[in-house]
Structures are given as C-alpha cells and as structure tokens.
Ligand binder design. Structure first.
Ligand SMILES: C[S@@+](CC[C@H](N)C(=O)[O-])C[C@H]1O[C@@H](n2cnc3c(N)ncnc32)[C@H](O)[C@@H]1O
Length: 213
C-alpha cells in the first residue's frame, strides 16, 4: 500500500544504499552520524521495558540500538522500503507506515516513556517542527523527554557559514536546525530544550514540557 505517494519515493529509492552512505561519515551532512545516534541513546537512557517511539526511523539504526538496550521500540516512517530495511535489522521493533504530518498514529500507545528522532525533522520547516514536537510531548509520561538528533548548528550565523562551506552538498529544500532560533521558539510554546553540538554539522536537542503535567 502506498500511503504517501510521491513524497516517500526518494526515500524508497535511497533505502537499499542508505546505511552505506551515512555510515561512511565522509562529508556533510553525515559527519558525526554515529556519535549523534550515540548521544540520543545516552540521553534516552534505555532500560528494559521502556516504551520508545522512533519518528522517521528509516533503516532502523537508532531503533536497533534502543532495542538492544532492552526497550520496546516502535518505529514510524512513511517509506515502505526504509521500513523493509528496518524490519531486517530490528525484527522485534513494531514498525508503522505513517506520514508524520498526519498526527499521532492510532496504533501507537497513547503514552510512551521516550520519543526519539534522528535525521528526519530537517525535512520539515521550523514552524512544523515545533508543532510536531508539541504534539509528541503530549504523549510522554510526565517528566520524560523527546530527543532529536539532526543536521544542526549552534547559531543561524554558523548555519550560514556552513551553507557557504558545503554549498555543493547543501540541499536548499531542507530545513537545517539552528539552536539559537529553535530554543526560544520551543520556550514560546511551553517546551524546554537543551542543545549539544556533536559534530561540525549535527547536534542533539533534549526537549521536555516546561511545566510538568
Ligand atoms: C534521512 S532519513 C533518517 C533515517 C534514520 N532515522 C537515521 O537516523 O538514519 C529520514 C527518514 O525520515 C522519513 N520521513 C521523511 N519525511 C517523513 C514524513 N513526512 N513522514 C514519515 N516519515 C518521513 C524518511 O522516509 C526517512 O526514512
């Protein structure tokens, strides 16, 4: 079943080669890929029985790490071929084909212990990112976090310098993060975020509700 048509197609085509491309970590945007996943894993603090959702799970590399850490992992992605790769790698994960734009998938548990996402949210403009994070945070057990690792820079200026540096590789249809524009936007909607730069072009946000429910 093709749920999302044209938008998922580039990811379907990329799926068989994706791991080899990003794990090479040769150049922008994959420099630091493994360390980003490692930092998400550290902040998520996997433990046995913990229920975690990986949004935009792709081939399931992050899902695999969390599953190996004892978590009950759910992976969401709109690309059937990405999910097919993930299924081979993390047979125990529950994988759902869904578009992140269509809200919290009904098959997911209503409340979860952690939500993670790696290298997926740069496909959404900042306003959409914020509304997704806000929506996801309502599904967290009180005191728990959303952890997002992605192509990101500490400041808008640093992002502009990076755009010049990697102009041949920069994709102007994508929306790379700048922490100094993101953290105030999160605060405005009642989310508290911290940011750690992990490589020249990637970092990790940890996001919680500012006032615990
Ligand atoms: C660059 S890959 C990252 C995959 C994986 N999380 C990783 O860290 O390697 C981006 C993933 O987000 C998924 N994605 C992008 N837009 C999406 C959407 N609107 N709904 C669901 N999945 C989406 C793509 O299919 C793809 O698997």
């Amino acid at each position: 079943m093709n749920l999302t048509g044209e938008q998922a197609r580039p990811f379907d085509e990329w799926a068989p080669h994706y791991d080899a491309a990003v794990q090479e970590e040769k150049d922008f945007p994959s420099i630091g890929y493994s360390n980003v996943l490692g930092e998400i894993e550290r902040l998520c603090a996997p433990r046995s029985g913990m229920v975690v959702v990986d949004m935009g799970t792709g081939t399931g590399e992050l899902a695999r790490r969390l599953s190996d850490g004892g978590c009950e992992v759910w992976g969401v992605d709109f690309s059937a071929n990405m999910l097919a790769e993930a299924r081979k790698k993390v047979p125990h994960a529950r994988l759902l084909q869904a578009d992140l734009n269509h809200g919290w998938p009904a098959a997911l548990p209503i409340e979860v212990d952690s939500i993670v996402s790696s290298y997926a949210l740069h496909h959404f403009p900042l306003t959409r990112k914020i509304s997704l994070l806000l929506q996801w945070a309502t599904h967290l057990v009180a005191g728990c976090s959303v952890v997002v690792g992605d192509i990101a820079f500490p400041t808008v200026d640093a992002r502009t310098r990076a755009e010049h540096r990697w102009q041949d590789l920069w994709d102007s249809d994508e929306f790379y993060w700048a922490a100094d524009e993101t953290l105030p936007r999160l605060a405005k909607v009642g989310l508290e975020g911290t940011y750690t730069q992990i490589s020249l072009c990637a970092g990790v946000f940890k996001i919680q509700c500012a006032v615990q429910r």
